[in-house]
Design a protein around this ligand. Structure first.
Ligand code: FPP
Length: 248
């Protein structure tokens, strides 16, 4: 890890969720292949993990591959899957050193057995860590997530272990992929688009949204600090008035 810089004033978000957009454009603008862009994106993801640790962020969720990304050209899907496998092989030791607990969220039924094995092993090897929870969303979609939670509740209702009339928000949230994590405080999307794109649809209900034009491979510590600083300036009211918030 590189040397820590001055702490950012204001509150540090406990949980940051990121859509890492712009790898392809970053590469194309340099006359490189999209594969090179995704490789550079992997380096930026590593830097974001390191800076999260430096700033005291407790959970980081990275959107690495969406349900919709399956419709990209087969060659690009293959490249991304290979990158994930290699990143797992290469990075897990470093994550353990840094106290990072790694978890994957998404529909694993569509993933290759080799990748699933690597994911399970990495999760097991990092399970005891408690400095930073890192969630990597692979084959993930917010609608898929809500549907699988609904299916689980429906099964429990059908076998009599839950009373449908008593199902509360917490029961639903607990069955989502991020079940035991706090909702993200800050959402960051790089690459210029202002969309949620089927990311954590339920969990982002009260999250502060931050969009920037920086392409993901260029998103370094200074850009991350700017997002954290923007978060520190927001007043989070959760439906209350400013006066109520100020008087605690
Ligand atoms: C979006 O850029 C990025 C992706 C679909 C893949 C994200 C993957 C990584 C950053 C690498 C791996 C991460 C981990 C955690 C191992 P894009 O291809 O949509 O870019 P474009 O909009 O410029 O075409």
């Amino acid at each position: 890890m590189t040397e820590a810089r001055d702490a950012t004033p204001g509150d540090v978000p406990r949980h940051v969720a990121v859509i890492m957009d712009g790898n392809g454009r970053w590469a194309e603008s340099r006359g490189l292949t999209r594969t090179a862009g995704h490789r550079a994106g992997t380096e930026a993801a590593r830097a974001a993990v390191e800076h999260s640790l430096r700033r005291g962020v407790r959970a980081l969720t990275l959107f690495a591959f969406s349900s919709e990304n399956w419709s990209r050209p087969a060659e690009e899907v293959g490249v991304l899957m290979q990158l994930f496998v290699r990143a797992l092989q290469r990075e897990v030791g470093k994550l353990i050193e840094n106290g990072v607990r790694l978890r994957f969220i998404g529909d694993r039924s569509r993933l290759a057995p080799q990748l699933c094995d690597g994911m399970r092993r990495a999760e097991a090897r990092t399970a005891h860590n408690d400095r930073l929870d890192m969630f990597v969303a692979v084959s993930y979609g917010g609608r898929w997530d809500m549907l699988q939670a609904v299916r689980r509740l429906a099964e429990e209702a059908a076998n009599g272990t839950i009373d449908p009339a008593a199902i509360a928000e917490d029961d639903f949230a607990a069955r989502l992929a991020l079940g035991d994590a706090p909702d993200p405080d800050l959402f960051i999307r790089t690459g210029g688009e202002r969309r949620i794109s089927n990311f954590l649809l339920w969990n982002l209900a009260y999250t502060e949204l931050y969009f920037c034009d920086t392409l993901w491979p260029d998103f370094g510590p200074a850009e991350y600090d700017a997002a954290i600083a923007s978060f520190g300036e927001r007043e989070r009211r959760f439906g209350r008035t400013s006066q109520q918030v100020r008087s605690g």
